[in-house]
Write a protein that binds this ligand. Structure first.
Ligand SMILES: [Zn+2]
Ligand SMILES: [Zn+2]
Length: 272
């Protein structure tokens, strides 16, 4: 199975490979720069070459948290386009297949305007042919978009760009789609397939949720220890339509049980 975690690129992007192997992952995700500031990727040719020669994958670049595709504000839109373009170019340079981004918030412009803005912002990008932009599902706090599957489909349908999607299980669950039992997973997968289509689903962020279904609260928990729980997690990672997809973990790391523990747990659930 393809399972891995979000790892650091400190001291060179090629170091992400060893960090991934250290936690038992065979695919993964990185930030190319600090996600809390407007900083572009700073990758030299040698580290890029070493990264490209690595054997793990698929890899995902997670865009900066400052990017807001849905914004009605011109200056933020321009900064978002420039930042995301840099990420897409870095992905091509590194041989990375996916760039993952949130739709962002409409900040009062309304859902429909926000979805229009997101689609037209995406169409400003010049995405290299071997890179796919993935829009990530959101927990839906405040005016953030992407909590409803219909938002994801709307942006794809209003855009001329061939985008794909990443489902973050903690976000999707918090957004109101139950994933806590085999039946619930079946229902949520069917809802996604009906609204968006499973063909456009390329990746999972596999995280348990500290908060209940429908709370719109985004806080990740260790696999099996949150409100989704073992039964839901097992149903996701063994699902016939999902099991071939990459499962990238963004589980907590600050309490001693890091990615290695969580990746082991996923492999156990898969094997049960
Ligand atoms: Zn994300
Ligand atoms: Zn995520």
């Amino acid at each position: 199975m393809h399972v891995g975690a979000h790892v650091s690129i400190a001291d060179g992007v090629d170091n992400a490979i060893g960090r991934e192997e250290d936690v038992g992952g065979n695919c993964g995700q990185i930030f190319t720069a600090s996600p809390q500031v407007w900083a572009g990727p700073d990758i030299d040719d040698e580290e890029a070459t070493r990264f490209r020669e690595g054997e793990l994958g698929p890899w995902v670049i997670h865009a900066s948290y400052l990017v807001n595709l849905a914004t009605p504000k011109d200056d933020l839109r321009e900064k978002s386009i420039a930042s995301l373009q840099d990420e897409c170019d870095a992905a091509a340079e590194l041989g990375i297949e996916y760039v993952n981004v949130h739709l962002g918030a409409h900040t009062g412009a309304g859902v429909e305007n926000g979805l229009d803005n997101a689609a037209s912002t995406i169409d400003e990008l010049d995405i290299p042919s071997d890179v796919t932009l993935l829009v990530e599902s959101d927990a839906g706090s405040g005016t953030k978009l992407g909590d409803e599957f219909a938002h994801l489909a709307a942006v794809r349908d209003r855009s001329d760009t061939d985008i794909g999607f990443c489902l973050d299980t903690a976000h999707t669950f918090a957004a109101g789609y139950d994933l806590s039992s085999p039946e619930a997973v079946e229902e949520t997968v069917a809802a996604f397939d009906d609204t968006v289509g499973l063909d456009d689903l390329h990746c999972f962020h596999l995280n348990d949720s500290k908060h209940a279904c429908g709370t719109n609260k985004d806080e990740h928990a260790h696999i099996g220890e949150g409100e989704i729980g073992d039964a839901g997690m097992r149903a996701i990672v063994t699902h016939d339509d999902l099991r071939e997809l990459p499962f990238v973990l963004e589980t907590p790391t600050e309490d001693g049980r890091g990615f290695a523990w969580n990746i082991d747990r996923v492999r156990e659930l898969r094997a049960d």
